[in-house]
Ligand binder design. Structure first.
Ligand code: ZN
Length: 555
């Protein structure tokens, strides 16, 4: 008898269709009560088979198949998103939004399938559960975590958040253009209230900000980040003052020389090859804001070529290639499994910044790459000395805008947003006070005067999009990657020489083994501790900055 379980993937369906032999070798026919449950007519089978006709392993396999289907749907969403940002015809928006909406609905249905909850419970109730491996347990934990997140929220709230996100982003755009925070304020307040509500539903016993943080950086807490960021602030603020008052300031004028797009494209491809971003499993296209999307065998990046800012595409390519390398080097055996994904946004950012800054802006790398750079750019930069070039691409200048800031000041932009988010979530400050608090912090930490709110509190889209708890991951990336560099130098004493020779492969192999391959087997803090043998701390990033920039600026 063949049963039709259209909701189940072919492999599982095939196994069920074969029937199961009981201990006496009799053929047990499994009947379906409905498409989401199983019954079995043999009293001789163990508990879980009697009830459901499945062994614990089959339950687990079925759970993984369900999860795999969600992952594949998400890959399709991501690919359509990539096309939307790159090559979709300008009038294709309406059709695309129908595709997005249909997929989103299907993914929601798959992710909230009650059978997932039932299977998790069945597995946990089974006496054989205690013999589950570390990998099986981790997959189960991640499936449960995502399932809880999807099912704990009332549908009304999910819809309200989605609806409000569109309104808030539109209002933010108008308010930013009009340089008028008053227009944005009510929508920002509502976005924050909705996120607080969301946090409460997800976990009423936990600090709401920690609940939100957990979505982007699993099990990270606001207390830990406060400690780390305070240390970072204490180390970076005086360093920036020293850099600013140093007599040896770079001449950055050559950075605006015209560098034609085809040359920049060649540079982007060449640098991708140097850092081993596999272009047979990836590609480089252009978008207004560079991004990376994909998984294992198809990971694409985008960049932006400005003819009078060649360094923009050069470093954004290195940055996105770092993200892509992480995805390309996840352990193949975890593909399509819940744990077959990057451990967190902070770790992702650590990899992008490792290639962009730690390698890409290092003196050792430019010892290797300068001849190639000059060869590819012809006579455009022929008169620029190596030292002057290196200093200019490492120019530190406190600014108002986060996305264009340098390696040293970047973290302070992030710290400001974190402190505001944390204090808002605790009710210590109000949405009304935001512009004045923002401006005061920019003055205090970066010495910058904010003249209007469009270049101040309204510069990023994150809050309009309801992304509270996301910002800290940007600066955690810096903390993580400097930490990794410290360990790499210890374990690979010839690290600098390798970079000087452009031999990135052994370094990449180290990162792959320690960071990429474990995928989501551990929470980010645990993974970092396994790599470094000490709890996360800011010392290495501060030391790295002090050493690098005191040499460049001569103090
Ligand atoms: Zn990034």
């Amino acid at each position: 008898m063949i049963l039709v379980f259209l909701v189940y993937p072919a492999k599982i369906f095939y196994r069920i269709a074969q029937g199961i032999n009981n201990k006496k070798g009799q053929r047990i026919v499994i009947k379906s009560q409905n498409k989401n449950s199983y019954t079995c007519n043999s009293p001789l089978l163990p508990y879980h088979q009697r009830l459901y006709g499945m062994t614990i392993q089959e339950d687990y396999d079925l759970l993984l198949e369900k999860s795999k289907k969600i992952i594949i749907y998400q890959m399709i969403q991501a690919q359509l998103g990539w096309d939307f940002e790159t090559y979709m015809p300008s009038k294709g928006g309406q059709q695309r939004s129908m595709q997005f909406a249909t997929l989103a609905k299907d993914v929601h249905k798959l992710s909230t399938d009650p059978e997932i909850g039932n299977l998790i419970q069945k597995i946990k109730d089974d006496p054989e559960y205690s013999s589950f491996s570390k990998i099986q347990n981790r997959n189960l934990y991640l499936i449960q975590r995502d399932y809880d997140r999807e099912t704990k929220l009332p549908v009304d709230l999910v819809e309200e958040i989605a609806r409000h996100q569109v309104i808030a982003i539109e209002t933010w755009k108008k308010a930013k253009a009009a340089k008028d925070y008053e227009i944005f304020k009510p929508e920002l307040k509502k976005a924050l209230d909705l996120q607080k509500k969301r946090a409460h539903y997800l976990n009423p016993d936990k600090h709401p900000y920690d609940v939100l943080l957990d979505i982007y950086e699993p099990n990270m807490t606001s207390a830990t980040i406060t400690k780390l960021f305070n240390e970072l602030k204490d180390g970076l603020v005086p360093l920036i003052k020293k850099i600013q008052s140093a007599p040896n300031q770079p001449d950055t004028s050559f950075l605006t020389r015209t560098c034609p797009t085809p040359i920049q494209e060649e540079l982007a491809t060449d640098l991708s090859n140097v850092v081993h971003y596999d272009l047979e499993r990836g590609r480089i296209d252009t978008t207004e804001h560079p991004f990376t999307t994909g998984y294992y065998q198809d990971v694409r990046i985008t960049t932006h070529y400005y003819e009078n800012e060649f360094d923009n595409a050069l470093f954004s390519t290195m940055h996105e290639a770092g993200h892509a390398i992480y995805e390309q080097n996840l352990d193949e055996k975890f593909m399509y499994q819940p744990l077959g994904q990057a451990a967190s946004l902070g770790l992702h950012e650590s990899q992008s910044r490792f290639f962009e800054n730690i390698i890409g802006r290092s003196p050792e790398f430019w010892e290797y790459y300068m001849p190639k750079f000059k060869e590819l750019t012809g006579d455009i930069f022929v008169d620029i000395e190596d030292k002057a070039f290196l200093h200019a691409i490492n120019h530190v200048k406190p600014s108002k805008i986060r996305v264009t800031s340098d390696e040293v000041t970047y973290s302070l932009h992030v710290i400001i947003r974190f402190e505001i988010e944390r204090d808002l979530s605790e009710g210590k400050i109000t949405v009304e006070e935001l512009p004045s608090i923002w401006n005061q912090k920019y003055k205090e930490y970066l010495g910058v005067d904010i003249e209007d709110d469009s270049e101040g509190v309204m510069q990023d889209t994150h809050w309009a999009a309801g992304l509270f708890g996301y910002f800290p991951t940007y600066a955690l990336g810096n903390i993580y990657n400097a930490h990794m560099l410290h360990v790499i130098r210890k374990e690979m004493p010839n690290y600098d020489d390798l970079v000087r020779k452009g031999e990135i492969k052994p370094i990449l192999d180290w990162l792959t083994k320690k960071v990429h391959q474990p995928a989501s087997l551990y929470d980010p803090a645990d993974l970092m501790e396994r790599i470094t043998n000490v709890p996360i701390n800011t010392k290495y990033f501060i030391d790295y900055c002090v050493k690098k920039y005191s040499q460049l600026y001569g103090f």
